[in-house]
Write a protein that binds this ligand. Sequence first.
Ligand SMILES: Cc1ncc(COP(=O)(O)O)c(C=O)c1O
Length: 440
Amino acid sequence: MKFSKFGQKFTQPTGISQLMDDLGDALKSDQPVNMLGGGNPAKIDAVNELFLETYKALGTDNDAGVPNSSAIISMANYSNPQGDSAFIDALVSFFNRHYDWDLTSENIALTNGSQNAFFYLFNLFGGAFADEQSQSVDKSILLPLTPEYIGYSDVHVEGQHFAAVLPHIDEVTHDGEEGFFKYRVDFDALENLPALQKGRIGAICCSRPTNPTGNVLTDDEMAHLAEIAKRYDIPLIIDNAYGMPFPNIIYSDVNLTWDDNTILCFSLSKIGLPGMRTGVIVADKEVIEAVSAMNAVVNLAPTRFGAAIATPLVKDDRIKQLSDDDIKPFYQQQASLAVKLLKEALGDYPLMIHKPEGAIFLWLWFKDLPISTLELYERLKEKGTLIVPSQYFFPGVDVSDYQHAHECVRMSIAADEQTLTDGIKVIGEVVRELYDEAKK
Ligand SMILES: Cc1ncc(COP(=O)(O)O)c(C=O)c1O
């Protein structure tokens, strides 16, 4: 069968699609697997209980078991392409209540997960543009700090349109302990990017907290990025999939701001509802209209099921309470446990951990590891432990000469204590052996 160029673009195997298949296959195998590789949120009892309760309440309005007419009407009908209006109204009041952003319903659109939002936004702001003389010019999405989210890499309909900046690496302490580092935006390199200076950037985008590193860009870094975006008249897209106020998996003391040049993307996935495929975009009216138009073509209307579950939780702030009281402390504890286990497993070996500031991962740096972390991934897989090697997390960067991109791994902390303990034990054994052999 012959596929169009579009078809070929989206069906060609990518490194990461093969890896994801690999992770999926490993889970299906009859051998026990220490799954530290995926992006699934953890199963947290309080979260599951609340969702189940809310789900049950969708079917009945009261103790007499009378069907909840508004929920049924909502699910039995398409919404308009912007998304479920009751959820949008609840979100408008919620954000205005907590952040004073002065939003109206014209500032919010829903998507089928935030991955769907990035597909729209990166194709809206990256790719071929017509200049004033109607000549075609290519514009890119600027990633101010890579490593960045793997899921951005292949969303462009044609080619890849990224300009990316490598990080400053600062050694830092964490809870008074050595052995940590933090990435910071290299603003000199960013401001000197020819693509930025020549008007070839369509938008700036960062995830905050960042998948894969757990980094949280500081308020100063965000303010600087917002200023650059305004100066070049391009939007700043903030991927808030792990950020505040939900799921609030963020431990550093920072603020969330919004203005009409900012496109904020939220998701219900990391509060524990990835299967609901619900994303939320907060942006200027013009962007919301564009997203709604794309929704109409691609989906007719976004799914309403996640909206139906989340609306009551947003209305009375239970989504925030759940995030503050259960989700955030859970991951913070997981991060501390994983750090402790890693330090025990690797002792004086050259392990550096990115300061855990949020998200559901730890990012480990094995400096001067004698093999690439892609090869390390294979060795760990043979021993039933899955992580993700770092080289895939650099969209827009040719990593062939960048050693650091081959020395790190992403490790999920969403697994239960036993899996974390067993997986980290294997990582410790394999990595120690590699360094020991290199010394001989
Ligand atoms: C940083 C980041 N952004 C976006 C997404 C996409 O999430 P979803 O489409 O489930 O909302 C993910 C998922 O892992 C992510 O880690």
